[in-house]
Each structure stands twice: as structure tokens, then as C-alpha cells.
Write a protein that binds this ligand. Structure first.
Ligand SMILES: [Zn+2]
Ligand SMILES: [Zn+2]
Length: 149
């Protein structure tokens, strides 16, 4: 966020101190200059969202998923996405950088209208709550995803 402080209204302390990724996306979109299509925010603070099932209800157990820590968030066909380095720390620099790159491409992919993809190595694979998925992904979209954008 250009070295900006995160907005206090996005701050929650439900399980631990975090900033709601959903609120940060709204702030980012608001501050997006008309001349650029998408805006990507990067923060070192922990960020979270509410994880919902396909029926729209909060995933169970609710206590776990109401404020769920994430690596990044980007809405499908949105104009902003955010990634957090909070859960990526304590690894060698090259691994850290590759994680940041993959998560950024993934969230921008959502902004460009892509859903999660089942194809092995595709950067749009769902991380399914673990960083090891991110590490096994490639940097690129699979051919199927590529054709969609
Ligand atoms: Zn995703
Ligand atoms: Zn794909």
C-alpha cells in the first residue's frame, strides 16, 4: 500500500491481531487511480477473510473459519487484490520471493475473472489451506486458464 498504514477499521482481534482482507480490498479499489485497471496491495501484517462454503454459509467449524488467515485475496473480476507476507516468512529468500510471485499472479488471476483450477502446477490451483500447494504450483497459468483471459 505504498508504505501506507493499514486502515484501523480493517483491524480485528478475534483469534489474533489481523486486518480483514475484504475491507482492505475495498480501500484499495477506492484509492485506485482511473488510469490503472488493477491494484495489488502487499502487506507484512496478517490478513483474514471469512471462509464460506458453496451454499454461502460460513464453513464449519465457524470458530475456525469466521476469521480465517490467508496468504492473499482477490475477488473474481474485481479491481484489487492483496497479499500478505505474514505467513510466508522464515524461509530462504528465493523461496520467499517465489511464493510472493505465485500468490500475486494467483490473486490477479482472480481479478481477471479466473476461478480455481484443478490442473496440476497451474498457478490458479486452490491452496487448500496450505503453503505446500503454493510451493508445488508453477508460476504460470495452465493452457485452459490462459485461454479464458
Ligand atoms: Zn484463489
Ligand atoms: Zn489452470
Amino acid at each position: 500500500m505504498n508504505g501506507k498504514k493499514l486502515p484501523e477499521k480493517a483491524f480485528v482481534n478475534i483469534k489474533s491481531p489481523r486486518y480483514r482482507a475484504d475491507s482492505l480490498l475495498i480501500e484499495l479499489s477506492k484509492n485506485r487511480p482511473d488510469s490503472i485497471g488493477f491494484i495489488l496491495g502487499i502487506t507484512s501484517k496478517d490478513i483474514s477473510t471469512t471462509k464460506r462454503g458453496l451454499d454461502g454459509n460460513i464453513k464449519k467449524p465457524k470458530s475456525k473459519y469466521t476469521d480465517w488467515g490467508v496468504f492473499g485475496l482477490g475477488y473474481k473480476s474485481g479491481t484489487s487484490c492483496i497479499i500478505s507476507t505474514f505467513r510466508l516468512k522464515n524461509v530462504k529468500t528465493d523461496l520467499f520471493i517465489s511464493r510472493v510471485q505465485k500468490i500475486s499472479v494467483h490473486e490477479i488471476g482472480h481479478n481477471l475473472g479466473l476461478d480455481h483450477c484443478e490442473t496440476e502446477k497451474c498457478v490458479m490451483q486452490d491452496a487448500v489451506e496450505t503453503i505446500s500447494t503454493v510451493d508445488s504450483e508453477g508460476f504460470k497459468l495452465c493452457e485452459k486458464c490462459y485461454r479464458k483471459i
